[in-house]
Design a protein around this ligand. Structure first.
Ligand SMILES: NC(=O)c1ccc[n+]([C@@H]2O[C@H](COP(=O)([O-])OP(=O)(O)OC[C@H]3O[C@@H](n4cnc5c(N)ncnc54)[C@H](OP(=O)(O)O)[C@@H]3O)[C@@H](O)[C@H]2O)c1
Length: 273
């Protein structure tokens, strides 16, 4: 599907990951336009061959797809500023956590809206994105959104808006859980005596290998773990320690907190009509 003009409003970490992933997958930089509050990021994208605009309103002229990439607490103000400049038949894709679908619908009565939850591995073509289409789901929009994200992410369609919060906990925020665990193993390895550089290299390579095995194998993660955990062996000692110290429960608590925060943000950001 050819898109002549896609405009990213707010080109920070998340939009940047999507843009880099799209360019790496062969999308022409010429079809991508960006705006950003600070000039520095505009200059960065202009150097990559994108058209970087100073003005949001100017950028939106003739846009076919508009990606809203600002922080959740800025979204309502942004919508109020730009909604009248978004072409009536454009598809508007938001990546913001916690901003309810009806906020977009309030400002954009005619446009097609997709509320999405991507994660930053889109940058390297292995992202995940959850998409909620609200009451306007139609095949053409699904095809357009999937054609944009498929080259850089696994796309999951959410049947309800609540499901987006589950995607936040399981994928949107989840790269940070893995980074934290990798960080913990590296730090512990250093405290136990490994050279810092060697520890970081080995742990990162192990994370990559384990991730590749989980996606390429037909075995479940549980079977893969059992395959390398001989009773009475060294791995068994470590795994039992993780289990006895409550890793499973701690993970669920963390994800529940993540979901609760998403709902709290939605309550704060819901427009009082
Ligand atoms: N980071 C993640 O892992 C992740 C994952 C899923 C979803 N998200 C969602 O992605 C959104 C952005 O998060 P982020 O981490 O990418 O934040 P970020 O790096 O701060 O990016 C937001 C960008 O928007 C720009 N901006 C702010 N107001 C603007 C305006 N009125 N017009 C144009 N540009 C404006 C900012 O400019 P400045 O240069 O001045 O700051 C900044 O570069 C959030 O809504 C978040 O919920 C993030």
């Amino acid at each position: 599907m050819t898109i002549n003009k896609i405009v990213f409003i707010g080109a920070g970490n998340m939009s940047g990951a999507i843009i880099e992933g799209m360019i790496a997958s062969g999308v022409s930089p010429e079809s991508i336009h960006t705006t950003n509050r600070s000039d520095e990021k505009c200059r960065y994208w202009a150097e990559k061959g994108l058209t970087a605009h100073q003005s949001n309103l100017e950028a939106l002229q003739d846009a076919e797809v508009v990606v809203l990439g600002v922080k959740p607490n800025m979204m309502n103000d942004l919508l109020s500023e730009i909604s009248s400049a978004i072409p009536k038949h454009a598809t508007v894709i938001s990546v913001a956590a916690g901003v309810p679908y009806n906020n977009y619908r309030h400002f954009l009565p005619t446009q097609t809206i997709a509320r999405t939850m991507p994660n930053t591995p889109c940058l390297v073509g292995t992202g995940v994105v959850g998409v909620y289409y609200g009451d306007q789901i139609n095949q053409a929009t699904v095809e357009l959104v999937e054609s944009l994200f498929n080259p850089i992410a696994m796309v999951h369609t959410c049947k309800t808006e609540d499901e987006i919060d589950l995607v936040i906990a399981a994928a949107g925020s989840a790269p940070a859980y893995f980074f934290l665990f990798i960080e913990s193993i590296i730090n512990a390895a250093q405290r136990l005596g490994l050279e810092p550089e060697a520890a970081a290299k080995m742990v990162k390579q192990t994370a990559l290998g384990a991730a590749q095995m989980t996606v390429s194998s037909t075995d479940t993660p549980q079977t893969l773990r059992r395959n390398v955990t001989s009773p009475g062996g060294t791995t068994h000692e470590a795994v039992v320690r993780f289990q006895n110290d409550g890793l499973e429960q701690m993970t669920e608590h963390a994800m529940r907190d993540c979901i609760a925060r998403a709902k709290e943000m939605a309550a704060q950001l819901t427009l009082n009509k």
